[in-house]
Design a binder for this molecule. Structure first.
Ligand code: FES
Ligand code: FE2
Length: 375
């Protein structure tokens, strides 16, 4: 096994957490231009099902249309810009009707009904469909990109290509969802997810199941980072009891049994592949100081259909662990925004944080960083 290294890097400086210019640059160059994990296909069960994906001041409607296609649109009306949908998820009727002046859009985005515009010379409703948002379905996970000209998905997240099919994630269904408001900059949450150096002291329950040195990184550079941890109990899982709470997912073999595979997807998604379920985190930065985190647990339909199915050992385990982590992140946030803060050295166990920072700096762009520092 190759020794992991943080290349002698230090943590990010204070400016990355307090600068309004850097926050603005993150919105422009990362949240508005990256392929971001928005949700899972099981959230769009039938025609009209939708959820909102809101990040960086933008809002997208992700929906299933009448023909069964999954689509995404900017959540604003083409007339005078009103937000169209407000509830985080739900079921639409045959159309999306604007609450302002009742323009109504088909679920494929075309403008269908327009009251009192027939006397406007040259008006053609064909010219005013909803603004489309780029969407990719990868293994049932729905990624959106808010840019008008996004790069191809496979080029943006090459670490995903040809991997993880064994979990057959497209077939899975979400059975639990938790939302958290974390008082920390989003990067600190990515950093925290990317190492288990803190596990012995912060997560005694987790560290008992997967001691912190039971880990390896198989993606060490680029926008997808992570690797497996192995459990003391090869038939176990990450649950309150340490036992699986559902059968081994069909498709998994001995290489995955007794392992959990953790990956961060630049910049705001985490996927954790367990023997009996998959966990999905989405970070939704709400300011440079606060982040909403949405966590969901996905199980196989056969397990869900069993009379004794109970996912709570998995949900409770990670809810406890999540809450332990949010305290760590909020504490770190208070420190790195101190006027006296200077970057500290990464340990070799924090090689993934150093790799994330390299990716982050590349994405933000040196000219932007130089400008922000000069201001
Ligand atoms: S803003 Fe939507 S109909 Fe006027
Ligand atoms: Fe943690």
């Amino acid at each position: 096994m190759k020794a992991r290294t943080a290349h002698g890097q230090h943590t990010l400086g204070r400016e990355y957490f307090v600068s309004d210019d850097i926050w603005r640059a993150e919105n422009e160059t990362i949240f508005h231009r990256s392929w971001l994990l928005s949700g899972h296909i099981s959230q769009l069960e039938k025609p009209g099902s939708y959820y909102l994906f809101e990040i960086g001041g933008e809002s997208a409607i992700v929906l299933r249309d009448d023909d069964g296609n999954v689509r995404a649109f900017h959540n604003h009306c083409r007339h005078r810009g009103s937000r169209l949908c407000h509830e985080t998820h739900g079921t639409l009727g045959k159309t999306i009707q604007c609450p302002y002046h009742a323009w109504a859009y088909d679920l494929d985005g075309s403008l269908r009904n327009v009251p009192a515009m027939s006397d406007v010379a040259g008006f053609d409703r064909a010219n005013y469909p909803l603004h489309a948002v780029a969407l990719t379905d990868w293994e049932g996970f729905l990624f959106v990109n808010l840019a008008p000209d996004p790069p191809p998905f496979d080029e943006a997240l090459p670490g995903l290509a040809g991997r993880f099919q064994q979990w057959r994630a497209r077939e899975l269904r979400s059975v639990g969802r938790k939302e958290y408001e974390v008082e920390a900059n989003w990067k600190l949450i990515v950093h925290n997810f990317s190492e288990c150096y803190h596990c012995p002291i912060a997560h005694p329950q987790l560290n008992k199941l997967t001691p912190f040195r039971n880990s390896q990184n198989d993606l060490e550079e680029g926008p997808v980072l992570g690797g497996p941890m192995w459990m003391n109990n090869p038939d176990g899982s990450m649950t309150t009891s340490g036992e699986r709470c559902a059968p081994l997912l069909p498709g998994l073999d001995d290489a995955q049994r007794g392992h959990v595979f953790y990956y961060s997807l630049f910049g705001t998604g985490f996927l954790s592949f367990h023997p009996d379920y998959v966990m999905m985190h989405r970070l939704l930065p709400t300011s440079k100081n606060t982040t909403r985190v949405v966590c969901e647990w996905l199980f196989h339909p056969d397990a869900i259909a069993a009379a004794n199915f109970d996912p709570s050992p998995a949900i409770d385990f990670w809810d406890t662990t999540n809450r332990q982590d949010w305290i760590l992140c909020a504490n770190a946030h208070r420190g790195v925004t101190s006027q006296a803060w200077t970057p500290g050295p990464y340990s070799e166990l924090e090689s993934q944080l150093a790799a994330f920072d390299r990716q982050y700096r590349t994405r933000l762009g040196e000219p932007i960083l130089a400008r922000c520092r000069a201001d």
